[in-house]
Design a protein around this ligand. Structure first.
Ligand SMILES: Cc1cc2nc3c(=O)[nH]c(=O)nc-3n(C[C@H](O)[C@H](O)[C@H](O)COP(=O)(O)OP(=O)(O)OC[C@H]3O[C@@H](n4cnc5c(N)ncnc54)[C@H](O)[C@@H]3O)c2cc1C
Length: 305
């Protein structure tokens, strides 16, 4: 079995940057991605905060540019989900889509996915009115009434996006104050078809087979009311994609991988970069920065192996 210097798991901004930097350092690289490269960028309508694009850039356009950049570099690629990483530094074995690949180092860049609300019937209504991706599913609700739940940037951005498609958008947040950027919030407040419902949680989802409404509870007064909606978009935080990694890999209380500032984990030879790791700011630019750092740290590690 051919052994690569590095196996990068995940083709989002972190994984693409890591693969790029490693290849440019003359390391042999294998990039494993379960879907089309791009990661969460492909679920984003437009990015307004990526340096170099003062007018913003569409998510799919940025993802295309990432892939085009890789295409000029000697990076081996395999499409499939990694289901395990075993072995030790110098001889890791990565199982991906039924095949085994040997790598001297592993860079875990598998990102994160949106957390579910954990309500009864949420799974049954997934794809039947309950969605975790406005860009993918927003168009099904043209002119209809939808709700977005969450208080961070993703919730605010996606409410703005949906306000251009849906007839009415309710933004439901369990607290008074939003974590997301003020610019987005101000824009939302000035958008005619958006109603903001702070201090509110969803306690029940209604509808069979499709979503028809929500029971909302005001967390201050305890008062409950029914809100008829056609769609619900859930943006209540992230959970890291770490199921394929060794159990001994240290994680924080929410399951994100703990690293030092050089993206080293507690297992020598395994590095983690991007949304998968425990950190303050989960954005494209920080993911790409982590990927570059992890690649450099892996390169130094390989020289000393
Ligand atoms: C709706 C939304 C809006 C956003 N808006 C912005 C914004 O405006 N600006 C900004 O900077 N950031 C934004 N973000 C955040 C940004 O997209 C992420 O921080 C960034 O994509 C993280 O990059 P990553 O490479 O760490 O992970 P991801 O982008 O999550 O990529 C991880 C990749 O790993 C793959 N993968 C996962 N598990 C496996 C496995 N077992 N085997 C193989 N492959 C696997 C996934 O398919 C995915 O392609 C937004 C995110 C969302 C969802």
């Amino acid at each position: 079995m051919k052994s690569h210097d590095a196996i990068v798991i995940g083709g989002g901004p972190a994984g693409i940057a890591a693969a790029m930097y490693l290849a440019r350092s003359s390391c042999s690289v294998l990039l494993c991605e379960q879907l089309t490269p791009g990661g969460q960028v492909l679920m984003t309508d437009s990015l307004e905060n990526y340096p170099g694009y003062p007018k913003g850039i569409k998510g799919y356009e940025l993802a295309d540019l990432f892939v085009a950049h890789l295409e000029n570099l000697p990076v081996d690629r395999v499409t499939g989900a990694v289901d395990s990483v075993t072995g030790a530094a110098g001889k890791f074995v990565v199982r991906c889509a039924g095949h085994e690949y040997a790598g001297k180092t592993v860079l875990a860049c598998a990102g994160a996915r949106h957390r579910a609300l954990g309500l009864d019937r949420e799974d049954a209504l997934r794809g039947r009115g309950v969605s975790y991706c406005a860009l993918c599913d927003g168009n099904f609700f043209r002119g209809q009434v939808v709700a977005v739940v969450g208080g961070g940037n993703s919730a605010l951005e996606e409410t703005l996006y949906l306000s251009k498609i849906a007839g009415k958008v309710y933004l439901i947040h369990r607290r008074e104050l939003f974590r997301g950027t003020k610019t987005f919030l101000e824009r939302l407040k000035a958008t005619g078809n958006v109603a903001i419902l702070p201090n509110t949680i969803i306690v029940e989802l209604h509808g069979d087979p499709g979503l028809t409404g929500l029971t909302l509870r005001n967390v201050q007064s305890g008062e409950e009311r029914h809100l008829p909606v056609d769609g619900l978009f859930v943006y209540v935080g992230l959970e890291p994609a770490t199921g394929f990694l060794p159990a001994e890999l240290q994680r924080d209380g929410q399951g994100f991988i703990l690293t030092d500032t050089e993206m080293r984990t507690n297992i020598p030879g395994i590095f983690a970069a991007g949304d998968i790791r425990s950190k303050l700011c989960r954005q494209v630019i920080t993911a790409a920065g982590d990927g570059a750092t992890a690649a450099q740290a892996a390169f130094i590690f390989l020289e000393q192996l």
